[in-house]
Design a protein. Structure first.
Length: 132
């Protein structure tokens, strides 16, 4: 796991969470789905990073970012935020220097009762608070 701290956004609309489809520029083109987010730059707060990363990756402006918790991600420890964004549809940004963004999808949240603390698991390796 990388030592660089990261930030990720849980953006929910109509019972669906926004996910980004990425492809590795190394590792034989391996693909995965993840929350919008990325590395925290030196001197940047996790909240500032999640606002910047959401704008860069999916073109949405974060209106409110509420910290949920830190979780281990394959790419490093990640501060996860529940984010409210402005109107508009997400669009992939270029995301230079990291994995190649290849798609976006609104993925339905699991239709389960929240567990302790109102938490609902969203695979892979993400814990999200059901916001609706």
């Amino acid at each position: 796991m990388s030592g660089r701290k990261r930030a990720a956004a849980i953006i929910v609309r109509d019972g669906r969470v926004l996910m980004v489809h990425e492809r590795s520029r190394r590792d034989g083109g391996r693909e995965w789905w993840t929350l919008p987010g990325g590395g925290i730059d030196p001197g940047e707060t996790p909240e500032d990073a999640v606002r910047r990363e959401v704008l860069e990756e999916v073109g949405l402006v974060v209106k409110e970012a509420r910290y949920l918790q830190d979780v281990p991600y394959p790419s490093g420890m990640t501060s996860v935020f529940a984010c409210t964004v402005g109107d508009g549809e997400p669009e992939l940004g270029p995301h230079l220097g990291g994995p190649e963004p290849i798609g976006l999808a609104w993925v339905p949240l699991p239709d389960v009762e929240p567990g302790a603390g109102g938490l609902v698991p969203i695979p892979p390796m993400i814990i999200a608070m059901r916001l609706e």
